[in-house]
Design a protein around this ligand. Sequence first.
Ligand SMILES: [Zn+2]
Length: 417
Amino acid sequence: MIIKGEILSKSFKGNGYIVIKDGLIKSVGREKPKGSVDIDAEDKLVIPGLIDMHAHFREPGYEHRETIETGSKAAAHGGVTTVVLMPNTNPALDNLETIKYVKKRAEEIGLVDVLIAGAITKGRKGKELTNFKKLAEYVVGFSDDGTTPQSFKIFLEAAKLAKSVNKPILDHAEIEELSGGSMREGNFSRLYGISGIPDVAESIAVARDVEVARYTAAHIHIQHLSTKASVEIVREGKKRGIPVSAEVTHHHLIFKDEDLKDRSPFKKVNPPLPREEDQEELIKGLLDGTIEVIASDHAPYSLEEKSVDIEKAPFGISGIETLLSSLILISKRHEIPFEVLLEKVTCNPAKLLNLPLKGDIKPGYKADIVILDPDKEWRVTEKSLFSKGKNTPFLGKRLPGVVEMTLKEGKILYRGD
Ligand SMILES: [Zn+2]
């Protein structure tokens, strides 16, 4: 198979041809290879398939919100070819049986690559550690996402175990005693009369994580950073040579606390939407490399669950289908080159999670490829989303960047009309 188009990847930039054989990229070059072009993507961008290292597909346990099948279809529609699923299913992904079930289901569906973050503690209750040794072979890291062990002792022990099996801790940094509330505490929470979550609920946990990473030398990846203080703590930790990495979601780069004027439960997310100064620091962190990854934190809910007052609604935004379009929006709004943002959803997560042959368009790599028309727009509607979760603040809005085709290992997973 030969694809022609404007290639944008870490290893190759510009107009060229990609030759695919047996699911792998055979060659990439400017000269036309022998044979006819199968996919002519002239005037379109040809990019590596996205790696979304933070998503929730809800199965088993909450299939009314999403299933591995609907989540996989949503991913393919969003140009995502690899996802890392968080363990807050029911039962939790804290045991081999459930983890194997999810992996088997994903293989039967045969769309995107589904990778697993195994739970740190049994039932994600923060009390008893899971069997890291036994699970290590089947997971890319360990997380209690939705929460984190509140006990310093348990968390420290988890980091030591993670280090011993050579896997990262993917941490949802939050001190629950300090949390509670429905949006970021600040002038706008007071103005709107919505209960606030202070920024220290996150930054104290981030400081803990950095210190635990220093002491144990374990790689701790901090999920969904959302405050200025958190970015500064991670930046300082990196300067000191501590093995920490960090991610931000696309919605924390687009929406702010101010936007909660309408009290929309669709904008209720944990961590909460940032204040202006937080968002500015998140952007700085992206540019100076403090934050290596952008993820969706895809958190689908049924409309019934979300259609209640903001103080009662569950946290989360359905985001895997708006991730790539958001990168174009962020690139324009904050004047960041698109290719800088693209690295944060392709080669950077591949490197952090040690996923060989993914995240780049390069000979020998897997032919996970997306054809994107950056000039076209699409409307986010209940119908246009493949996910069961329609809970996105983009609902009804037009977004730039249409995924025309998603290929995984040379096989077409999704094709637009
Ligand atoms: Zn989380």
